[in-house]
Design a protein around this ligand. Structure first.
Ligand code: FES
Ligand SMILES: [Fe+2]
Length: 334
């Protein structure tokens, strides 16, 4: 096994669940960034993600804690905590304990998914999770696509890989033929790594296609190392979301969601067709996972001349998210 020499505590947004996994009133247990956490949803629909242990005497709120209105109630002595992790009631005292607070994480719910902001320096979020529909500024909405969860998703737990591997896939033109068994070479039309949210676009053509005959491509938006959304145009109209979230120092959970475009008139077989197409996209992603989960991070890598610029830009961009980076971002020139 090859533990990556990259920090498992990068800054950014990380998916911790799909929205439908945390119903109103439910308490959901999880472990990310070496921390036991819970997610719960109050009656008004808001989700909170916080550390799992009660600040009173340390009960795990995910084992018997329950939601009442807009608070979570500890199973041990009934203390009540709000979304921000503040104590709002000690049932056998006149006042809550104002001094103690359970660590609560900034949460965004978007595209059927629940995201938390992670930053070891404690900074507030300074970039956003891209929206898989509105992020591409083409007027599309969720209504134009079949929902992803649960049928068009993939969840793989505790894999020995690193979020950066998945991002590197985006500049890796040479793997398509070998991993995905498709006789194509993508041509990059955009590789923009200036900001924490980066953009990669490429067109896809069979190797002997003339430039004016190109009819399909992919646009990707990467937000930090934890979140990547893509839009595929041409062959299949789909959107994807890949999310890699560190569990501990060695492993990550991977979530992948696929939305297939609706095609105007609904016919009875349309949903089945969409499901089949989604499965094809998931199969391709699994082929990547098979490589990533056994890969050893190569640094410096033996790059070909054509690969050099893309990988260099991506790796310099990635550095800004690691805790050792002193500034917000590392300039590309250094
Ligand atoms: S440990 Fe939670 S109320 Fe006592
Ligand atoms: Fe791939």
């Amino acid at each position: 096994m090859a533990r990556p020499p990259l920090s498992m505590q990068p800054t950014g947004w990380f998916q911790v669940a799909w929205s439908a996994e945390v119903d109103v009133g439910e308490v959901h247990r999880m472990k990310y960034f070496d921390t036991e956490m819970i997610a719960w949803r109050s009656a008004d629909g808001r989700v909170a993600v916080m550390d799992a242990y009660c600040e009173h005497l340390g009960a795990h709120l995910g084992f018997g804690g329950h939601v009442e209105g807009d608070r979570i109630v500890c199973p041990f002595h009934g203390w009540e905590w709000n979304h921000e992790g503040r104590n709002v009631c000690v049932p056998y005292e006149n006042h809550p304990n104002k001094g103690r607070r359970i660590r609560s994480h900034p949460v965004v719910e978007r595209n059927e998914s629940i995201w938390i902001w992670h930053d070891t320096h404690g900074r507030a979020p300074y970039f956003e999770v891209p929206d898989v529909f509105t992020g591409f500024d083409d007027g599309s909405t969720a209504a134009d696509y079949y929902p992803a969860y649960p049928q068009s998703t993939l969840f793989r737990q505790s894999l020995e890989l690193h979020p950066q591997y998945i991002m590197e896939n985006g500049v890796d033109f040479a793997h398509f033929k070998y991993v995905h068994k498709v006789p194509i070479t993508p041509t990059f039309t955009r590789q923009d790594f200036d900001l924490p949210v980066s953009y990669v676009d490429f067109t896809i053509a069979f190797d002997d296609t003339a430039a004016e005959d190109i009819r399909s491509g992919v646009q990707a938006i990467n937000a930090g190392l934890g979140a990547a959304v893509t839009k595929s145009w041409g062959m299949i109209d789909n959107r994807t979301l890949s999310a890699v979230t560190p569990v501990d120092e060695n492993t990550c959970d991977v979530r992948f969601s696929v939305w297939i475009g609706r095609q105007g008139q609904e016919h009875p077989k349309a949903a089945e067709r969409a499901q089949r197409l989604a499965q094809g996209v998931i199969d391709q992603f699994e082929a990547d996972i098979h490589i990533w989960s056994h890969q050893r991070y190569s640094d410096p890598p033996a790059l070909s001349q054509k690969e050099f610029d893309g990988f260099r830009a991506l790796r310099h961009w990635a550095e800004q998210f690691y805790p050792t980076s002193t500034e917000g971002r590392v300039p590309l020139e250094h």
